[in-house]
Design a protein around this ligand. Sequence first.
Ligand code: PMP
Length: 408
Amino acid sequence: EPAFDLNALREDFPVLRREVHGKPLVYFDNAATSQTPRQVIEVFNDYYSRYNANIHRGLHTLADEATAAFEGTRETVRAFINAEDSRQIIFTRGTTEAINLVVNSWGRTNLGPGDEVLISMLEHHSNIVPWQLLARELGFAIKVIPVDADGALDMMAYRTLLNERTQLVAVNHVSNALGTINPVAEIATLAHEVGAKILVDGAQAAPHQTVDVQAIDADFYAFSGHKVYGPTGVGVLYGKRELLEAMPPWQGGGEMISTVSFEAGTTFAAIPHKFEAGTPAIADVIALGRALDWVQGVGLEAIGDWEQTLLSYATQQVREIDGLRILGTAPHKAGVLSFVVDGAHSQDIGLLIDQLGVAIRTGHHCAQPLLHHFGVDATCRASFAAYNTVEEIDTFVASLKRVIDMVR
Ligand code: PMP
């Protein structure tokens, strides 16, 4: 049993009441996007009904209210990840945009021929491709931190790869494809010993465990709203203050300037606004704040504990299925269960199990290098959230067995 009232918590999620193909929905695709509690949904109704206005420059009541709610969320996020100062919180469209900001601002001014960026084998494409695009332009090298057979990072190999040419280490906190939890504080310490910076992709960590960017000593930390019970279209980049202050803007426009002149050129606003050109996703940011409040209200530790219970129960159940292989068996894992089944294509399993009302994800999970390393093109992935139940796992396992019998 979870430390929270599971039935009451499920009541917060209207979508959990729906049926799919005449069956009650079992939603196990939380690593892709988590569902949204009514408290978060209500923000949109409230915002657009009462105080929809552009922020920062307005001198009228609606603009003031919208600005206060928007900037208030910056403080909510600061507290959520224990950042030093809310000015170190930059709102982006998501983890992807947060990483692209670091790549195009910090990377473009700090990397060149002879430099090395270490990227883990576990990375999502969003922490690989932006670096590759820049490397093509600037001529630095990308080195890969390998994983062991369990899908844990090979820390010995990591130590060997680090050297005085290493400028940055890009690693996720939790792998979306396997669930591996990486020792990011240790990875940071080792990176800092050679003078390198570390960017942590926290997209899969923020919903499941307490994040403390100062304890990790992360130089940059990114996460997405839609994986932490918030809306799509909004995410966060945290950066160390001296780094952010030294970095140039990466997008220009309104909101990010101090003065603009054709003769004298343009001076930029201080952080965080220097990195927030244009009108942001105001309602979405405010809704993200409400989502983080909701998560804190339930308790991240209780959520993480419950997901561990679900993960170990589900792991135990699927292990009994003939020919099923779990990918990702590291000792420290979040609630992600990735697997392949002999004689059954992942795609077929995904399509057929949907007919039984069960939503899982199939495919490469935007981690093709990792999947190819394990010799597969696709897996089935069930991933858990606070509102999932043991009964849902029973339904999932029974449905999975039926589907496997059908396709074999
Ligand atoms: N990193 C990881 C580990 C992810 O799981 C995801 C989303 N699947 C991303 C980055 C990208 O996040 P977004 O699409 O919200 O920008």
